[in-house]
Design a protein around this ligand. Structure first.
Ligand SMILES: Cc1ncc(COP(=O)(O)O)c(C=O)c1O
Length: 375
């Protein structure tokens, strides 16, 4: 039983056939259509597809203004891609602690901004390094939206751009006055359509923008910063980060099924909760201000006497493909030199396990997982 495998609905083959017959493998209509449909689904003004979630983050941070020796706030528990994207731009991460759903601890982050930084001539500076803090990356981990609303005001006042990492939160919403999709609150939203995500395009990503100018600059960056197609004039260092038509064809086919996928993922999550929640174990909850896409179900071991390692090994021995949640980034060898702030809550990661959560997981599978866990 796999942690997450792509689910093929069938219409992917039809779309691929169309792209191939038309000889639109690299460039073609599916790209534009995919961007338009994602705009509509998320209610984002502008969207730009990329070849991965990582490249989307790299370019969004660049457009936000991250450059050599500027600083970016980010929480420690996340896949490493957002941290690497800061480094690709020459930026420096400042690691924040997490809350009880492993999203960024917004209270401590606000405390850090208020007490450890100062504002001068329209920019926020770190008191410790005197370096400019350009942006914050808010990663919505496991599909659960982070408490972005609490941070939005102070970031606006302090001119700190918000880049939302929505790689795991396509189909996750805030229950604000109106329902708002993750990635539409901050300045930029970055999505991933990697094989293990809610919908996949094989590999792929997308950035949402509020401002057309930002969109057009990002479009240049993902096209080798080619200012002139005839003469090949390049006015900056760009990247080859475009999504192909083949990938968009697959993504578009998957997007057709998004309602069904989200409703099925909720059923999987609820069934896990019914079966597993007890004094000793629980399934990580969805924050009550949000609607989660239930991308990944996390098993939390409440009883500290139970060894996470033993449980992981037991699952693996029984062909249940589980894994630890990410190793905290501020502890990664190459990241230890960067600043971090009051790291406490993240330690809960040691008692958590990622459970199989793909579209194909059945009640029978979950019953088996329970049996192995409690045996
Ligand atoms: C939180 C997070 N950010 C970024 C990425 C990077 O996306 P991609 O694999 O499409 O580059 C991923 C996962 O793949 C992720 O989980």
């Amino acid at each position: 039983m796999e942690l997450h495998t792509p689910y093929i609905f069938g219409n992917e083959i039809k779309n691929l056939g169309i792209a191939i017959k038309k000889n639109q493998i690299a460039i073609g209509n599916f790209i534009n259509l995919f961007e338009k449909k994602i705009s509509k689904f998320t209610k984002s003004k502008y969207t730009l597809s990329t070849n991965s979630g990582t490249s989307a983050l790299h370019i969004a941070l660049k457009i936000a203004g991250v450059q050599l020796n500027t600083e970016v706030l980010v929480s420690t528990i996340t896949f490493i891609a957002p941290i690497n994207s800061i480094l690709y731009n020459g930026g420096l991460p400042i690691f924040m602690d997490t809350n009880n759903t492993f999203n960024i601890d917004v209270n401590k982050t606000i405390e850090f901004i208020k007490n450890k930084t100062y504002f001068k001539k329209g920019h926020t500076y770190n008191k410790k390094t005197n370096k400019k803090i350009i942006a914050i990356i808010i990663v919505h981990v496991f599909g659960n939206p982070a408490e972005i609303n609490k941070l939005a005001n102070i970031c606006k006042e302090r001119n700190i751009k918000i880049v939302e990492d929505c790689a795991e939160s396509f189909g996750s919403y805030y229950k604000n006055k109106k329902i708002e999709h993750t990635g539409t609150i901050g300045d930029y939203g970055c999505f991933s359509f990697n094989g293990n995500k809610i919908i996949t395009s094989g590999s792929g990503g997308l950035i949402t923008f509020k401002n057309k100018n930002d969109l057009e600059r990002a479009r240049l960056y993902i096209n080798q910063y080619k200012n002139n197609n005839l003469k090949f004039i390049h006015n900056d260092v760009g990247y080859n980060y475009r999504m192909t038509n083949i990938n968009a064809a697959i993504g578009l086919a998957q997007l057709k099924h998004i309602k069904k996928i989200l409703s099925h993922k909720l059923k999987i999550h609820n069934y896990y909760k019914i079966k597993i929640d007890s004094d000793e174990y629980s399934i990580l909850n969805t924050p009550d201000y949000s609607i989660s896409n239930n991308w990944l179900n996390i098993l939390c071991i409440n009883n500290k006497k139970i060894s996470t390692k033993k449980i992981i090994n037991k699952f693996l021995k029984n062909n249940i493909n589980v894994r630890y949640i990410w190793y905290p980034n501020h502890l990664q060898k190459q990241m230890q030199k960067f600043q971090n702030y009051k790291m406490i809550n993240y330690k809960k990661y040691k008692q958590c396990i990622c459970l199989p959560s793909g579209y194909n997981i059945s009640k029978k599978n979950i019953n088996y997982i329970k049996k192995v866990l409690y045996e």
